[in-house]
Design a protein around this ligand. Sequence first.
Ligand SMILES: N[C@@H](CCC(=O)N[C@@H](CS)C(=O)NCC(=O)O)C(=O)O
Length: 197
Amino acid sequence: MKLFSSQNSPYSRKCRIVMIEKGLEKRIELIQANPLENPKELLSVNPLGTVPALVTDQGLHLCDSTVICEYLDTLSAHNPLLPPVGGRECVLAFVAMADGIMDAAVACVMEGRRPEDKQYAAWVERKELAISRAIAKFATVPLDQTLSMGTIALGVALAYVSFRRPHIAWRGAHPVLAQWFDMFTKRPSFEATKPQA
Ligand SMILES: N[C@@H](CCC(=O)N[C@@H](CS)C(=O)NCC(=O)O)C(=O)O
């Protein structure tokens, strides 16, 4: 299999963490791709031009990190990440909210790359408020260290906020969530996939 990914993409990180947690590292070739440069090989797999994108051993082209993670989860019985029935919707709800935090943070990053006079401050503020509200909602959920697609997505989302929007002081506002995060992200899969400035 081939996984197109970029170093600091939180969506790619979700897939790389799942790849490690499922013991699939030897079966997947990682291809670094900067989506903003429109590499031909990536576009031939994912016409949307986004990472991550996966080519399966059967030649299937998959895009969207959650779809890819769900597929990878089916390839090995090790560390099941999505309950087959009961509780599945709770895990997927976690994933959707955590992905939404990533979407909002990525939108702020992209806005910051526009010429200064074209940046839309009210939009950035709206997205940052959405991030803060979503984190506050996660802080109301009793969390343990169970590994699932939901907890992986939450760990990646919080790490991305700290990396790209460090002024959002979620740790001080939610010390119990910060404690959960510090413990959860000690996993080797998180250590091996840290974003780099
Ligand atoms: N919902 C998608 C989002 C993927 C995404 O937006 N990836 C970013 C990298 S962080 C990207 O490739 N952006 C390039 C673009 O939007 O053209 C997923 O979960 O995979």
